[in-house]
Design a protein around this ligand. Sequence first.
Ligand code: UDP
Ligand code: MG
Length: 316
Amino acid sequence: METGKKPCLAIVVPCYNEAAVLEQTTRHLLAVLENLQEAVSPDSRILYVNDGSADATWDIIERLHAGDRRIAGVNLAHNSGHQNALIAGLSTAIRFADLTVTIDADLQDDETVIADMVRLAGEGNDIVYGVRSSRATDTWFKRTTAQTFYRLMSRLGVKTVYNHADYRLMSRRAVEALLCYEERNLFLRGLVPLLGYNTAKVEYARKERQAGESKYPLTKMLSFAFDGITSFSMSLVHMVFWLGILFLLIALGILVWVIVCIIQQKAITGWSSLILSIWFCSGCVLIGLGTVGEYIGKIYMEVKRRPRYNIKDERL
Ligand code: UDP
Ligand code: MG
């Protein structure tokens, strides 16, 4: 971002069958841009990404664009999923914008804190996370599953920001760095913390969906969560290995018990050989699986070709 010049802001909004909320969302986001007139360039825009909606979403975006040049749109050829729609929007946005904010179309995330995000970006932060301070409006089920997920992720050693979804500001260089991660199994809220750079957080209370219904049913949510864990953590494979070790230890325990029984002449014929083979062989199989998994995991990490480092400053 050049100093002295106002940064150009793009508010990237993925939309999948969001015809019901789009007009309302536009009004709210335009109000945000108006309030930011002092801080951002007049070229700042709302960038809708239509993720292959089956309803009138794209027609509405085209109509809004025709009426106001601060509204732009990208139309994906088919439904590619929330995370891919975000990447499509970000790649398009950095062609003209210095700062990008990604926000859901339903405005469950409080759009008024975008002003705080822009201020924090001006203070030298490349990434500003929107963090939910309260989930009072979420259903009990959504709240519990989401929070369990965040806890599980951190238990498994995946760096994520607690209670942060995909509502965040990123500078152009942060987006450029993010685009160097070419993996297909996208889990942006796990990737962004890997970028480094200076980060900040703003808190807000999560609201209810303005209209329409959630595009994340339970099955999609679970597969997203599983994607997040398997893309960032090898803990599950390690667990298989250690389970194998545990089985071998149990086999050892049984062996000791069997020897004691033989000495006391209380052994039941046939039982010891059978039970020992079961625990011993299962342990060996699990250790074998864990070891093979370790190599496959390494291959998996290699084929992602993630950047090894990310330079923040240079004094040459
Ligand atoms: N979305 C998308 N493609 C999809 C599913 C969802 O672009 O395949 C968008 C959707 O339009 C919304 C955002 O992703 O802007 C989050 O979806 P939603 O609000 O339904 O999720 P929830 O808040 O219920 O988790
Ligand atoms: Mg939502």
